[in-house]
Ligand binder design. Structure first.
Ligand SMILES: [Zn+2]
Length: 552
């Protein structure tokens, strides 16, 4: 047993007969070597080995010393570290101050609006009270209760002093504001009806985001370590031009009419024959692929048959959506997609068909089911809660609740008409509506979705340029607003991106050579997914294009 035990390192070899394990060496072995393998070595080779170990150790030591800067440099870096600690601390303090400042502005802005809100509410309360008091007095008079009448008159006179003053103040303020609007905005004599007394404060606040982004992007370049580390990525802070691999397009046999984009297609797939299906309906049916997002749904008419088709960047061909419309529903007049609900709303003149993304029927809304007035769905827009429709002939916008299909409001557009121009399409941005007129006017009108009064035109018309007629090509044909308030507008054959307060960000000509596009863009739809913005549009050259936009 003793002889079969392997010798351990450092242990003297007891087997004197054994020789050095180096091949060409016959010297008797002395000890197990230092470099492992449990090989026994003679004294000579042991010495050689320890020399190697010393050399290696010296080399490693030298390399390690290279990592230690000189005392001066080291002290400098220690200071730098200290400074960085303070910088981080100060940045946090500054952000606290900025947040506080922001909170102050929030309070100020909300307070100011609340004040206006309150003054209007007070005016209405006074009106109610005047009515009630007057009624009470006339009842007393009619009943010949002279004593009561005397009491009421005394009480009412006292109330009137204050109420009249409040009313006068209120009216004066309004009058001043109207005068201002007349002078500066050229709102014309019907300003009272046409212009809202308060602007789009919400979008003003929304635009602040892009101001913050712009400013902080440049501030970030001062964090030089970060810049150094990221190398070429610094370009990401700038606007990336749209490159050809971010353009997806299909050429169609006939012109695509209407367009809706969806950012949430989870649970929907494409089957082996190119139909969009619910994935739950396709289990065990072999070759299905996710529908992918963003996905564009569009309408196309062929031989009196209406089709809803789909297109996504992940499938290079057109997909079928199995919508079944009643033969009496007539032409499609608009499409709207709700990404959260994963529903498509297909408007016909007299009905709206609601389906899931695979065309499965959810419900049908009839134009005659509202307030006794037959309403026409000539254009559709929507947000998470409601649908808005334009009735062309009546020139009104009416909205209905998405859940209950009940009529919510009707906005008359006649007071907004100028030079007999009709509005032909609409979009919904928060509580505000955008009205389009197919490029007859040079701008798009933004109106209040509740009062129906005008708020502004987009882009803002520069009053200095009033005399110059706007070139037809420069007129805004379509316009979309993203969640940060950036405006994507289509003028002629160019797409221009600007911030909400009309500061130019980027523009590009539609890629004519690449896509063979020219002529007109008919529809434009902006869809956001995972912080990326996509623009989908149709052209009258029978093309549908999905384009990834890059801007901050
Ligand atoms: Zn040896």
């Amino acid at each position: 047993l003793h002889f079969t035990t392997m010798p351990r390192r450092g242990e003297a070899i007891k087997k004197q007969r054994e020789t050095c394990s180096v091949k060409s060496c016959d010297n008797p072995s002395v000890e197990v070597g230092l470099l492992g393998n449990n090989k026994v070595l003679c004294q000579e080779h042991l010495d050689k080995e320890s020399e190697t170990v010393r050399k290696q150790a010296a080399d490693v030591s030298w390399k390690m010393r290279q990592l230690v800067p000189g005392a001066k440099r080291r002290a400098k870096m220690m200071k730098e570290l200290q400074a960085l600690t303070v910088e981080v601390q100060e940045v946090n303090e500054m952000f606290n101050a900025v947040q506080e400042k922001l909170q102050q502005w929030r309070q100020k802005t909300v307070d100011r609006l609340q004040l206006v809100h309150q003054s209007v509410a007070e005016r209405l309360t006074d009106a109610d009270e005047a009515e009630t008091r007057e009624k009470e007095a006339s009842l007393a008079l009619a009943a010949q209760e002279i004593k009561k009448l005397a009491e009421l008159s005394k009480k009412n006179s006292a109330w009137l002093v204050d109420a009249s003053k409040r009313c006068k103040d209120f009216n004066n303020k309004r009058y001043e504001l109207r005068e201002f609007q007349r002078d500066y905005i050229d709102a014309g004599p019907r300003a009272e009806m046409r212009l809202r007394l308060f602007g789009d404060v919400a979008s003003g606040v929304q635009q602040f985001q892009s101001t913050i982004d712009d400013h902080m992007t440049s501030v970030m370049t001062d964090c030089w370590l970060d810049l150094d580390d990221s190398g070429d990525d610094i370009d990401d802070l700038d606007i990336t031009p749209v490159s050809s691999n971010q353009v997806f397009q299909v050429n169609l046999q006939s012109e695509p009419k209407f367009l809706a984009a969806c950012s949430n297609t989870a649970g929907f797939v494409v089957d082996s024959v190119g139909f969009v299906k619910r994935s739950a309906d396709c289990t065990g049916r072999g070759n299905v692929k996710p529908l992918g997002a963003p996905c564009v749904f569009f309408e196309r008419q062929t031989d009196d048959k209406q089709n809803i088709l789909a297109f996504s960047a992940e499938h290079k061909n057109v997909l079928n959506v199995g919508c079944n419309f009643s033969s009496t529903s007539g032409k499609v007049t608009g499409l709207h997609c709700d990404s959260n609900r994963q529903q498509l709303f297909v408007a016909h003149r007299s009905t709206v068909t609601v389906t899931d993304l695979s065309g499965g029927l959810v419900k049908v809304i009839s134009g005659s089911s509202f307030d006794g007035v037959s309403r026409s769905f000539d254009a559709i827009a929507g947000n998470s809660d409601k649908l808005c429709f334009l009735d062309l002939a009546k020139q009104c916008v009416f909205s209905i609740d998405k859940d209950s299909s009940e009529l919510l409001s009707v906005i008359d557009l006649w007071p907004l008409h100028d030079k007999g121009i009709f509005f032909t399409d609409l979009a919904l941005v928060g509580s505000k509506l955008l009205l389009f007129n197919w490029g007859v006017l040079e701008s798009v009108l933004k109106i209040c979705g509740i009062t129906g009064q005008a708020i502004s035109s987009l882009p803002d018309k520069d009053s200095d340029d009033d005399e110059e007629p706007v070139d037809a090509a420069a007129r805004v044909r379509r316009l979309a607003i993203d969640s940060k308030g950036f405006i994507v507008k289509l003028t002629g054959n160019e797409i221009v991106i600007s911030t909400g307060d009309d500061v130019f960000v980027d523009s590009f000509e539609l890629p004519v050579k690449e896509t063979g596009l020219c002529g007109h863009i008919e529809r434009l739809e902006l869809v956001e997914k995972d912080n990326a913005r996509w623009l989908a549009f149709t052209s009258n050259r029978n093309r549908l294009v999905l384009l990834k936009l890059a801007y901050n």
